[in-house]
Design a binder for this molecule. Structure first.
Ligand SMILES: [Fe+2]
Ligand SMILES: [Fe+2]
Length: 306
């Protein structure tokens, strides 16, 4: 057997310098952000706005599940990474949640949608009443695998938004761009944690493939529904609609991820040699985080009160 065959069996991490994960404080002020923060483009605005509907409950759920997994981690380094990940996701969840009152002030009340998302994460994907032992462990493993699949997409989106220069060219609101890029950069920075945890706890290929299919189908479903919800309830649009064609066109223009890139991400995750370190740039992420206006403002405010 050649060397290539011998090493091509499992996940192939790309060696990079290890960074201790820490949650960065941030401070955003939303009062100057317009309803259509991508000027003249409600569809792009609202498609990206779906993040504010899904992430507060979704990332709270990550934290809830990971706190239960901590006692099962037998690797100190991984445990530290998971603790850092928990801190970062808690901060992300809160930062997106803080956009919602602003949307409400602009006449777009997200509550009917977020109530359903909250139900999904808290009840459907919650702890359930299971007998202790095997069934409880099975459900925990299943959710750890689901989180790894979702994190494949948060890293994909993070990498995309860090490089989405077309949004700058179209004059997108700088505060919203900073929220997306600060969050996206931390997603790129911690992109390996959920996958490494899944490998450590279970790592079964069938579970990886099955939970990917569930996560992907659910994300597509929730996203198109969320975009439609915003378009239909936008007080400035008479006949707001969202279609796959709009999505595909914006992807070609660089305003949203392209359909092709999204399709290519599927075999990437399902490859037996996949490891999240193969995609995205830690260097780029860390460089952004060092200059993010919201992160810098929070540090300055802290130094001022110290
Ligand atoms: Fe996050
Ligand atoms: Fe994440």
């Amino acid at each position: 057997m050649s060397n290539k065959q011998a090493t091509a069996r499992g996940p192939q991490p790309v060696e990079t310098e290890r960074i201790a994960l820490k949650a960065r404080k941030v401070s955003f002020s939303w009062e100057d952000t317009p309803l259509h923060w991508v000027p003249g483009d409600p569809f792009t605005t609202h498609t990206i706005n779906v993040l504010h509907l899904l992430l507060p409950a979704g990332e709270r759920w990550f934290v809830h599940v990971y706190k239960q997994v901590l006692p099962y981690i037998r690797d100190e380094r991984l445990r530290e990474d998971v603790i850092g990940f928990i801190g970062q996701e808690a901060m992300h969840s809160q930062a997106h949640d803080e956009v919602l009152p602003h949307l409400r002030e602009l006449g777009l009340d997200p509550t009917p949608y977020t109530a359903q998302v909250d139900w999904m994460f808290e009840k459907l994907l919650g702890d359930r009443t299971l007998p202790p032992g095997r069934a409880t462990r099975w459900w925990l493993k299943e959710r750890v695998a689901l989180i790894a699949a979702i994190e494949h997409y948060t890293a994909f989106l993070g990498d995309w938004v860090l490089n989405a220069e077309e949004l700058d060219r179209r004059g997108a609101d700088p505060v919203m761009l900073d929220l997306l890029r600060w969050h996206g950069a931390e997603e790129v920075e911690h992109r390996s944690v959920a996958f490494d945890l899944f490998q450590h706890i279970d790592g079964g290929y069938r579970r990886r493939a099955r939970t990917w299919a569930t996560a992907f189908a659910t994300l597509v479903f929730l996203w198109q529904r969320g975009a439609r919800f915003f378009m239909e309830n936008d007080p400035t649009l008479i006949d707001g609609r969202a279609s796959f064609r709009d999505f595909h066109l914006r992807g070609r223009q660089g305003l949203l991820p392209s359909t092709g890139a999204m399709l290519r991400s599927v075999p990437a995750y399902l490859s037996r040699t996949y490891h999240p370190s193969q995609e995205g740039s830690t260097e780029q992420a860390v460089a952004y985080l060092a200059s993010s206006p919201a992160a810098v403002a929070a540090v300055t405010a802290e130094q001022g009160t110290a």
